[in-house]
Write a protein that binds this ligand. Structure first.
Ligand SMILES: *[C@@H]1O[C@H](CO)[C@@H](O)[C@H](O)[C@H]1NC(C)=O
Ligand SMILES: *[C@@H]1O[C@H](CO)[C@@H](O)[C@H](O)[C@H]1NC(C)=O
Length: 195
């Protein structure tokens, strides 16, 4: 729950989520995979190829900087998992079995599920099941809605590469303890020390 929601605006903000050290190894494995994303998500696709995603699946550093004052880091991490799980599924769905990016993406998804498993294990269930702040709950409900019921105006077209760019940058930002002193972190306005 955010400080603002409690009405205790004069108290120091709640501490931001600390990334459990056990997540760093699997996150770094994902980082290694992502370092090949240009080849697998751009060069292997037709020029300007896009896939249809939910508008809330566009989740970038700018979203984090807008939300960071209202929303705890742990909540943003939960949202990160929810969003990127959907994105990986959507990318895999357009790839035929023998497409040269298929096994790369399947492997990335496996690694993603591994780190999600560690994330779930390293927090008490009651923490992960805590009610989400209202705005985030709305986003969550939209993301998990039956795709047939999503109105046209909520769809966006995005290239697989741009989606994985967002995936990568937001990962560095939200789990910054695992990625000390990387360049991306300097763009990350989600500065836990200052919030
Ligand atoms: C790809 O998109 C760019 C920018 O919109 C455009 O200039 C270019 O002509 C497009 N290329 C093709 C092959 O459609
Ligand atoms: C991120 O911001 C864009 C607008 O810049 C918005 O369309 C998108 O829904 C936001 N994503 C999330 C997860 O809130």
């Amino acid at each position: 729950m955010s400080v603002v929601r409690l009405g205790l605006v004069l108290l120091p903000p709640v501490p931001m989520a600390q990334t459990p050290a056990s997540m760093c190894t699997p996150l770094k494995t994902i980082k290694d995979s992502l370092s090949h994303r240009r080849r697998y998500m751009k060069h292997n696709f037709p020029i300007n190829y896009t896939i249809r995603v939910h508008s809330y699946e566009v989740f970038k550093l700018s979203n984090i900087s807008r939300m960071r004052l209202q929303v705890e880091g742990l909540v943003l991490q939960r949202l990160w998992f929810q969003v990127n799980q959907g994105i990986l599924k959507k990318i895999i769905r357009v790839l035929p079995e023998r497409h040269p990016s298929r096994s790369y993406t399947a492997e990335l998804e496996r690694r993603f599920r591994d780190v999600e498993g560690v994330f779930v294990q390293s927090h008490p269930a009651e923490v992960l099941e805590q009610d989400l702040p209202e705005g985030i709950q709305d986003t969550w409900d939209h993301l998990t809605e039956d795709p047939d019921r999503v109105p046209e105006y909520r769809w966006r077209y995005a290239s697989p590469k741009s989606l994985l760019d967002n995936f990568c940058h937001t990962m560095h930002c939200l789990f910054s303890e695992c990625f000390p002193s990387t360049e991306v972190q300097q763009d990350c306005e989600y500065d836990k020390g200052k919030v």
